[in-house]
Write a protein of this length. Structure first.
Length: 294
C-alpha cells in the first residue's frame, strides 16, 4: 500500500508546502503502526459456515489483499491475525488456544459471526462454547450469521483503525514489548464440561464443598423407575439362580399405573403423533379460509 506522506505529516511541525511530497515528519509509533496495519497475515483455518464467507472475502470479487491482508499463512508461526470463523465447539477450542499461543506477538483475534462472538444459534448447546472471548482476547467482533464478505472487510478495517490508535510509548497498548516473555494463554482442559485452568482453584473448592455436602446428605437416589427395574432384576435373578436361565416374564416390569414402560412410551408417541396431525389439519384449514377470503 502506498505511503501517504501528507497523512503521515499530520504533526505539529509544519512542512513547507513545496516539500510535502518529499519529506515526512512523523512519530515512530505512527510509522510502526502504518507498517503493521498494512501487512496483516491471517492464519489459514476455518471452523464452519462462516469460513465459506471468509474464503469469498479472500477471493477476487472482494479480495482482502487490497487492505494488506495479503497472504493467509497455514502456520501460526507466520500469522498475525486469527480469524475465528465459525462455531467453536468445546473440542475445538483446545487446539484453537494452542494455535494462538504459537502465534508470535503482536497478534490479534477477530471473532467472525454470531457463533464465534457469543455461541450463536448453538448458544448453551452441550458441545459449543459461548463465545471465543471467554478463552482469547478478541479485538474485533463481526456480527452476522454468517457475516457477509463486506462485513468481514469492515471488521478488518476496524482492526486497522484499532492498530492506528496504539502507541509504542504506552506499555498497555503494546504489552509484547514489555520485559520478559509473555504469559501463554491457558489451554482449556477438555472434560465432561470444558474447564478453564485459570479457575481451577475455584472449581476445586466447589468440588470439595459439593463432596462434603454429599457425605452429609448421603448418596443421590436413583429415579423410581430405575429402582423398580433393578429390584425386579435382582428378585428374578435370585429366584432363578438355581432353577436355570433367567425367565423373561419374571423380568417384565409393571408400573404403578398398570402398564409397562414400553407400552407407556408407545402411548406417548401415539399421543404426540395425533397432536401433530391435529396441528397440521388446523394449519391446512386456516390456509383454506385465507385463500377463500382473498
Ligand atoms: S454464525 Fe451462523 S453462519 Fe457462522 S458459523 Fe455460526 S451458524 Fe454458521
Amino acid at each position: 500500500m502506498d505511503l501517504n506522506l501528507q497523512e503521515l505529516n499530520a504533526t505539529e511541525f509544519p512542512v513547507p508546502v513545496e516539500l510535502e511530497n518529499n519529506i515526512a515528519i512523523t512519530s515512530l509509533s505512527q510509522l510502526y503502526n502504518w507498517g503493521r496495519r498494512n501487512s496483516m497475515w491471517p492464519m489459514l483455518f476455518g471452523l464452519a459456515c462462516c469460513a465459506i464467507e471468509m474464503i469469498a472475502t479472500a477471493s477476487s470479487r472482494f479480495d482482502f489483499s487490497r487492505f494488506g491482508f495479503e497472504v493467509m499463512r497455514a502456520t501460526p508461526r507466520q500469522a498475525d491475525l486469527m480469524i475465528v470463523s465459525g462455531t467453536v465447539t468445546k473440542k475445538m477450542v483446545v487446539p484453537i488456544v494452542r494455535l494462538y499461543n504459537q502465534m508470535p506477538e503482536p497478534k490479534y483475534v477477530l471473532a467472525m459471526g454470531a457463533c464465534a462472538s457469543g455461541g450463536g444459534p448453538f448458544k448453551e448447546g452441550y458441545n459449543v462454547v459461548s463465545g471465543m472471548d471467554k478463552y482469547l482476547p478478541v479485538d474485533v467482533y463481526v456480527p452476522g450469521c454468517p457475516p457477509t464478505p463486506q462485513a468481514l472487510l469492515f471488521g478488518m478495517i476496524a482492526l486497522q483503525r484499532k492498530i492506528d490508535g496504539q502507541s509504542i510509548a504506552n506499555g498497555d497498548d503494546v504489552p509484547w514489548y514489555g520485559e520478559g516473555p509473555a504469559e501463554p494463554t491457558p489451554v482449556p482442559v477438555l472434560g465432561p464440561d470444558i474447564i478453564d485452568p485459570r479457575q481451577m482453584d475455584m472449581i476445586r473448592r466447589q468440588a470439595e464443598v459439593a463432596a462434603s455436602e454429599m457425605e452429609l446428605l448421603g448418596q443421590r437416589e436413583l429415579p423410581a423407575l430405575t429402582q423398580l427395574v433393578a429390584a425386579k432384576v435382582e428378585t428374578a435373578q435370585a429366584a432363578t439362580a438355581e432353577a436355570g436361565p433367567l425367565d423373561e416374564d419374571a423380568l417384565s416390569v409393571v408400573l404403578p399405573t398398570g402398564g409397562t414402560p414400553w407400552a407407556e412410551a408407545e402411548d406417548i408417541r401415539e399421543k404426540r403423533r395425533l397432536r401433530a396431525l391435529a396441528r397440521k389439519a388446523l394449519r391446512a384449514s386456516r390456509r383454506a379460509s385465507q385463500a377463500e377470503g382473498e
